[in-house]
Design a protein around this ligand. Structure first.
Ligand code: GDP
Ligand code: GDP
Length: 455
């Protein structure tokens, strides 16, 4: 089967679907080198520590799905994002503040072997102001003899210090138990999305792609609705703009309005902001600059959207600067770099002149319709039955898993569960995904397929 051969040759990348909205968020903060990354790895149960030795290497994620004692939560990892520069001390509290703002509870890590520093005190003041529950981790307590070191941290006034050795695992269970006690069941920061009201849109993209210009252009062309929408509480950072005769809720626009200065930790703030906006949004518009080649920062934002499971529209902005010579290169970039998201509608716009910005609404509606889609179980199984009869799973090691039954477990985004007699390989899942898309549309929405094996 040609189709399948092509798919299997491609990378066996994971299907979309990252953290679920509504999971409580636990942030790990503290000075550089106190052991945050080591602790995060310990909590995530990663075998190989990815403790960063190379300064300036940034991670591509800010949060990870985690689990303890049967409870699931998101773990925000601020380690590895720091860049060692002069004045880092002042920036530690600042960086931590963003993470704290976005979390339900905080693990504050202090190096018990050196004791609290001025920077630690500064973080403590910020933590107090935040009003968030704080678990004080006295790290690097590798042996019982060092527990006296931990006791000196009572002086920080954050309550009991938990002696931990992130490196060896000592005390990590107790500190996680303590964190679970203060972590709410339902997140206040990543609250489940309210039903009804205007559809929520996040305008995303790297600095200077034109987010603020687009927002201004949309708000000017139409009108900014200032009244509170009935039954909704919205943050002052959000704006409601009427487009195509309907109100649309643009989330987390404060970060767009405010000029974000380029600093060493800018990537970290940008990723956290993106994440915060995604958590509140149903659909994301990722702006890219059509006049220059796609950058790593662009693809990182797109990846964050895919991981979040939100609907996606790609807007090629600054089309007025498009040089005809660049056109063929752009086409190739779209084919190569955006192959993973060929399902996302693309619009070409100029935020500056307002050209084609009226096409945004159509693209948003298409993406959201796909995101909302529910396929009745009967139709789904009729489709899969025909598909698997014509293209059965390839035989592997003398075995051939059979698909028994499938159901759509949820929508927003559509999530499918397939029951099969054996492991379904990534290439075949991708094949099913492509055929589902061909048959049912899903333009603008990620879809997720998981497999349950039944003997
Ligand atoms: P981060 O900058 O806060 O993320 O700190 P890292 O996790 O990168 O750790 C900084 C250094 O401290 C590394 O060399 C770790 O191996 C070491 N370290 C982390 N936790 C412990 C611990 O519990 N005991 C000891 N002895 N060293 C640790
Ligand atoms: P943001 O950082 O993503 O909010 O980007 P801004 O909206 O502040 O835009 C950054 C710069 O790009 C400003 O100088 C804008 O005037 C310019 N810009 C934005 N959109 C366009 C466009 O469509 N065409 C052109 N030529 N310039 C644009």
């Amino acid at each position: 089967d040609e189709d399948l051969a092509v798919l299997e040759a491609g990378e066996a990348d994971e299907l979309p679907g990252g953290e679920r909205p509504g999971l409580p968020v636990l942030a790990v903060v503290g000075r550089p080198n106190v052991g945050k990354s080591t602790l995060v790895n310990r909590i995530l149960g990663r075998r190989e520590a990815v403790v960063q030795d190379t300064p300036g290497v940034t991670r591509d994620r800010v949060s990870y799905p985690a689990e303890w004692a049967g409870r699931r939560f998101s773990l925000v990892d601020t380690g590895g994002w720091e860049v060692d520069v002069a004045g880092i001390d002042a920036r530690v509290a600042e960086q931590a503040e963003v993470a704290v703002e976005m979390s339900d509870a905080v693990m504050f890590v202090v190096d018990a072997t050196t004791g609290p520093t001025d920077t630690d005190e500064r973080v403590v003041r910020m933590l107090r102001r935040s009003g968030k529950p704080v678990i004080l981790v006295a790290n690097k307590v590798d042996s019982p003899m060092q527990e006296a070191d931990a006791a000196t941290l009572w002086a920080l006034g954050l309550g009991e210090p938990y002696p931990v050795s992130a490196l060896h695992g000592r005390g990590s269970g107790d500190v996680l138990d303590a964190a679970m006690k203060v972590l709410p069941e339902v997140s206040a920061v990543a609250a489940p999305m309210p039903e009804g009201g205007p559809r929520r849109v996040a305008l995303l993209g790297r600095p200077n792609v034109g987010k603020s210009s687009l927002l201004n252009s949309l708000a000017k062309a139409e009108r900014v609705v200032v009244h509170e929408t009935a039954g909704t509480t919205r943050d002052p950072v959000d704006e409601i703009v009427e487009l195509g005769g309907k109100p649309w809720w643009f989330v987390d626009t404060a970060g767009i309005r405010r000029r974000v200065h380029q600093t060493s930790g800018a990537d970290f703030y940008a990723s956290l902001r993106t994440q915060a906006a995604l958590e509140k949004a149903e659909v994301a518009v990722v702006l890219v600059d059509a006049s220059v080649p796609l950058t790593e920062q662009d693809t990182r934002v797109i990846q964050q959207v895919i991981d979040s499971g939100r609907a996606l529209v790609i807007a090629y902005n600054k089309w007025d600067l498009m040089d005809e010579d660049r056109r063929p290169f752009l086409e190739r970039e779209i084919e190569l770099d955006l192959v993973q998201i060929q399902w996302a509608p693309r619009i070409n716009i100029s935020a500056k002149t307002g050209w084609h910005t009226n096409r945004l609404v159509r693209a948003l509606e298409t993406a959201l319709d796909s995101w909302d889609t529910r396929i009745p179980t009967g139709r789904l199984n009729a489709f899969l039955g025909e598909l698997t009869a014509a293209h059965p799973h390839p035989v592997r090691g003398g075995k051939q898993p059979r698909i028994l039954f499938a159901t759509q477990a949820s929508n927003r985004p559509p999530r499918f569960v397939i029951f099969a007699t054996g492991f379904i390989e990534a290439g075949y899942r991708r094949f099913i995904e492509n055929r589902l898309r061909e048959n049912f549309g899903f333009e603008g929405s990620p879809i997720e397929i998981s497999v349950r094996v039944r003997e």
